[in-house]
Design a binder for this molecule. Structure first.
Ligand code: ADP
Ligand code: ASP
Ligand code: MG
Length: 471
């Protein structure tokens, strides 16, 4: 379908009946002009509540599980009553009841087993999105707009990495054309669940926390949409995290590469994998504020040439929950290159992402940064891979430093800007913050700096100021 628009609404943009009305109005307005697919997150905080319930279930904590379920019912029942005309309420309340009942059955199963199988977590947690898709579709229908809630398990085909699955695009295209094209051809607005998918043999998966942005881009690519709009609770992609930097400014345009670098390095406004599916067809993305419809938002464009890049850095972002792992040979018997190769293979098997890596050639040491949430798996795989070298004393025990944070300064315009790194490091050191490691790719798109955790926020503010990024 030509001129198809895919839109995604985040949790805060669907957090109350009033917000769902706005999302419906935006969807309906566009649907009147062109084909639209709307992708939804669960209502704000619902995913956290679901995951917490499953942990309570595993721990056998019946009272806490019941309290969470009660809250889940109350939240969705209240929205249902506020949102829908009286005549429709009974049926929709029953539908909500059935979905939460499905979740409750999975949780109770976990309680009986005393464990949380990853596959069951994915099946259970996707119910947050199934609830919001159902409510939005029902509301649209109540307003006379043909709409249908669609479970993305019937649209997005993925591998079987539960909790962090990767789409299989060819099969997703086939599924999307069966489920979504049919609806679009009949003039029906599909309201698709974000965050979830299923394996080729139908086992439920999810795409990682914050993954609804990724769902929307997968669907946009699969349907060859002409645009993707991501509705959130800020005016667009900003020069820094607005919760941290009071004068952070909205960027009117960024490139795919800049947006991806920002997202990978902690800017929560986009899921890190959002841009990848769009590259092939160069589908433009808008990041927009559903709380301020008059604001233009940020346009994310495929190439630097389109972005009229100003010189210098464009944004700075940071991550606190990271760990620096250092590996050092105990003597020169062992080739540092071989150790590095083995360590990288181990990280690949652990399926973790390296956030930054640096090495020193003389002592053959190297260190790399990973997310703290992935540290357990990292250490397990490293120790397994290098167990002999450790046991025979060829390698020093691995050093793990969790008291660190990552800063990334991002901008296509940084390439060939002389003196920039020096200015950034001076600004940080003036705040008495210790720099532990530095990494810069040859593309000069990002300068990554690892600092002591206590100085992270102060260093980010110093860089934002030094680079003149503020409003
Ligand atoms: P949604 O629920 O709509 O997906 P998220 O909470 O995942 O929204 O992402 C939006 C939030 O990202 C904003 O409220 C903002 O606090 C945070 N954020 C962090 N860094 C940035 C940035 N550079 N630009 C914009 N927002 C950012
Ligand atoms: N609801 C999911 C989460 O909270 C996915 C998303 O919001 O994008 O992680
Ligand atoms: Mg998000």
């Amino acid at each position: 379908m030509s001129d198809l628009l895919v839109m995604k609404f985040g949790g805060t943009s669907l957090g109350t009946a009033a917000r769902i009305r706005v999302a419906a109005q935006i969807s309906a307005e566009q649907h009147a002009k062109r084909g639209v697919v709307t992708v939804v997150s669960a209502m704000a905080q619902v995913t956290d509540l679901l995951l917490d319930s499953l942990r309570k279930a595993e721990a056998g904590d019946q009272a806490d599980l019941d309290r969470n379920l009660k809250e889940l019912y109350a939240r969705h029942f209240e929205v249902c009553r506020e949102l829908l005309p009286a005549a429709r309420q009974e049926a929709v309340l029953a539908g909500v009841h059935a979905l939460i009942g499905e979740f409750s059955r999975i949780a109770k199963g976990m309680m009986m087993l005393g464990e949380r199988p990853p596959r069951s977590i994915d099946e259970a947690v996707a119910i947050g999105e199934r609830l919001s898709a159902y409510l939005l579709a029902e509301y649209l229908e109540s307003q006379g707009i043909l709409a249908a809630a669609v479970n993305a398990a019937d649209v997005i085909a993925t591998d079987a990495v539960f909790g962090n699955a990767t789409p299989l695009m060819e099969q997703t295209r086939e599924r999307a054309s069966k489920t979504l094209h049919r609806l679009l051809d009949e003039g029906i607005l599909p309201v698709v669940t974000g965050f979830n998918g299923s394996t080729l043999d139908g086992r439920p998966t999810t795409l990682g926390r914050g993954g609804s942005d990724f769902s929307a881009s997968i669907i946009a690519a699969a349907l060859n949409a002409s645009e993707l709009w991501i509705w959130t609770d800020v005016d667009g992609i900003m020069t820094g995290d607005p919760r941290l930097i009071s004068d952070a400014r909205v960027l009117d345009m960024v490139t795919y590469n800049e947006a991806a670098e920002l997202a990978y390095n902690g800017a929560k406004v986009l899921h890190p994998r959002t841009l990848a599916p769009l590259v092939e067809r160069a589908i433009p993305v808008w990041s927009k504020n559903s709380f301020a419809l008059d604001k233009p938002g940020t346009k994310i464009v495929p190439s630097a040439a389109m972005a009229r890049a100003a010189r210098g850095p464009h944004a700075v972002t940071s991550m606190a929950d990271v760990a620096l792992v250092s590996i050092e040979p105990a003597n020169s018997v062992l080739s540092g290159t071989k150790v590095m190769a083995r360590a990288l293979e181990a990280l690949d098997r652990a399926n973790v992402e390296i956030l930054a890596i640096t090495s020193s050639s003389y002592r053959q040491t190297f260190c790399f940064l990973v997310r703290q949430s992935e540290l357990g798996s990292v250490m397990e795989h490293l120790e397994e891979s290098l167990s002999l070298e450790l046991a025979h004393g060829y390698l020093k025990p691995f050093d793990v430093d969790k008291d660190v944070g990552l800063i990334a300064v991002v901008g296509e315009g940084m390439k060939g800007t002389p003196g920039l790194a020096g200015r950034i490091f001076t600004a940080i050191s003036k705040r008495d913050v210790n720099i532990i490691a530095i990494a810069q790719g040859s593309s000069e798109l990002t300068i990554a700096i690892v600092v002591r955790r206590a100085g992270l926020e102060s260093a980010v503010k110093a860089i934002h100021l030094e680079c003149g990024l503020g409003g």
